[in-house]
Design a binder for this molecule. Structure first.
Ligand SMILES: Cc1cc2nc3c(=O)[nH]c(=O)nc-3n(C[C@H](O)[C@H](O)[C@H](O)COP(=O)(O)O)c2cc1C
Length: 214
């Protein structure tokens, strides 16, 4: 399936086929697609916490305000963002240097710039959310292309989730995604605002620009 078709076909699912697990190979493909997302400096903050075991999904459901799909989906992935990615960034710049993408002087500059930027916890937080969200979207589009359906969710108690699964404070929950195969009862994809309400076509400095609200 091409990218545009996947973007248009994706919808948020509530129901998943009970008898169709997601294979280990497909899980690998999903994470491989997710990790292709860009991140600031290539910090790659996104981490993926998969829950598959039924009793674990039942426990997860309890911290997701009892949303049934968390138990019914055969695979749930919580995307996390590493708040300390900048502290280990030299490993990544080293890999990029070995790959011949840039030299050590530029790598050292990136490391210094990333550390000074993201030692500010607010900026590290925002960037973890931003990078995690991009990776999550890649994952959902890849899932659509592979014939799966997905449901993004922020309706869970993040503190309780971290406590239940012993997730360190280093990792910020970004979004939970229920994943499986389609089942009857799902709504189709919802409507979207018209492009005219979303787009400033030709932004110019020192001019007023407004988005239509009607
Ligand atoms: C950040 C985010 C959080 C969401 N949280 C929930 C949730 O907790 N429970 C739920 O049923 N749907 C949740 N959704 C799904 C949205 O309701 C859904 O994407 C939206 O209504 C558009 O539906 P569509 O993707 O099928 O067009 C969430 C979506 C996003 C992007």
């Amino acid at each position: 399936m091409d990218t545009l078709t996947a973007l248009h076909q994706r919808f948020s699912a509530n129901h998943f086929a009970a008898d169709r697990p997601v294979s280990a190979e497909v899980l690998e493909q999903l994470i491989d697609a997710a990790r292709q997302a860009p991140s600031a400096f290539n910090l790659q903050q996104a981490r993926f916490f998969a829950v598959q075991d039924l009793s674990a999904r039942q426990a997860l459901r309890a911290v997701a305000y009892n949303q049934a799909k968390v138990e019914e989906a055969p695979l749930v992935i919580v995307v996390l963002g590493d708040l300390q990615a900048h502290e280990h960034f030299a490993d990544i710049t080293h890999a990029d240097q070995i790959a011949g993408i840039y030299d050590q002087a530029l790598g050292d500059y990136f490391v210094q710039a990333a550390q000074s930027t993201y030692s500010n916890p607010d900026r590290a937080h925002d960037e973890a959310i931003r990078s995690g969200a991009l990776a999550a979207m890649n994952l959902m589009n890849a899932a659509t292309a592979l014939g799966l359906v997905t449901g993004p969710m922020i309706g869970f108690d993040q503190a309780k989730f971290k406590e239940m699964f012993k997730i360190s404070d280093r990792y910020l929950p970004v979004i939970m995604i229920t994943i499986g195969y389609n089942a009857p009862g799902n709504w189709p994809k919802k409507t979207r605002l018209p492009i005219e309400k979303l787009l400033v076509r030709d932004g110019r400095p020192n001019q007023d620009h407004t988005f239509s609200t009607r």
